[in-house]
Write a protein that binds this ligand. Sequence first.
Ligand code: ADP
Length: 185
Amino acid sequence: MRLVFIGPPGAGKGTQAEYLIKKYHPAHLSTGDMLRAARDAQTEVGLKANEYMSRGELVPDQIIIDIIAERLNADDCAQGFLLDGFPRTIAQAEALDEMLTKNGTPLDIVLELKVPEEELFTRLAGRGRADDKPEAIRTRLEGYRTQTSPLLDYYGTKGLLVTIDGLGTVEEIFDRIQTVLDKIA
Ligand code: ADP
């Protein structure tokens, strides 16, 4: 199964991704995790990316596209993958399409986890990660609205988008996801 998971910061994507991986075993490609690992290892790319992350801004497309292009070539992706946090811009989505078309491995589905914005701010403010300061949170939510939400139309037009209601308990939400994925698995 090859899927993209889209949702605003604070939607609970990370938690649902964990459940999903336990059940369906795709390779987990979280660009947030990759960038934080690169930052903590103080690699050149990691330090550069951190300038953007700490402000809540997206890192430049080419940095993240290069990281994903390399990661998608790893053996574990042959059994399927979950892209979590990528693509986040139309340019990234187009680059991804190009890579997957070239490899003959198109996406099966794009899941959107939908949560109202008022709820997101409350959740993020209570989480306490380094980029969860109010100003950075506002920037990330704004970035989602302006740069990432256009992807919903992009994938909707391709007939790949399925929207999941992200309000409820973790188990309720995962049930909704399973109902969708069991049909295509
Ligand atoms: P969030 O909880 O805000 O969804 P992530 O853990 O997915 O955060 O990502 C944290 C930060 O890493 C983002 O705010 C952004 O700076 C950077 N980042 C992650 N994925 C991407 C991407 N695809 N394009 C650009 N920047 C990204």
